[in-house]
Design a protein around this ligand. Sequence first.
Ligand code: HEM
Length: 152
Amino acid sequence: MKGFLGTPASFGADLNLIVQVVMGLALIAGALLARAKRYAAHGVCMTTVLFLNLVPIGVVMWPSFEQLVLPRLATHLQKRYYMVAAIHGVLGAAAELLGLLILLVAGTNILPETWRFSRWKLWMRVELALWMSALLSGIGIYVVWYTALWRQ
Ligand code: HEM
């Protein structure tokens, strides 16, 4: 199904782009809530985005990565198309996994003591920076894959 942003991207890719930008803004709003010491609202906001993002990863991004990127990654990494996707995949997976780890440490007692950390603020800042890098590299994928701006 054709997208709605005037590029050759599919409807799924266009929707994903918008959804990801909105979720990025929601995370910034969530960080501001923590600054305002509204910790319960902060927790709800961050947790919702973290879980909601599993949907576009499962429906749009992972299938695309598996079908279009993985089979040719080893032999075509020097091409911008694959390079940007590889960088994005690593950043995106790291952001999602670190977010889940922070949630497990903050909200449960499931993890053993050695996995726990006490420097909350530091790790949450790292997570926000990682997520923003994933978002920017995702926008990079969209530009490289679907526009003529940065083609190799
Ligand atoms: C915090 C996590 C993530 C964020 C913020 C994010 C953000 C984005 C954005 C903004 C796009 C451009 C829209 C599009 O082309 O669909 C995109 C596309 C893409 N992402 Fe992610 N992403 C994340 C996680 C992942 C993960 C874990 C993978 C796979 C390992 C992945 C693989 C891809 C691929 C292959 C595309 C191109 C999809 C297509 O257009 O067919 N992303 N991502």
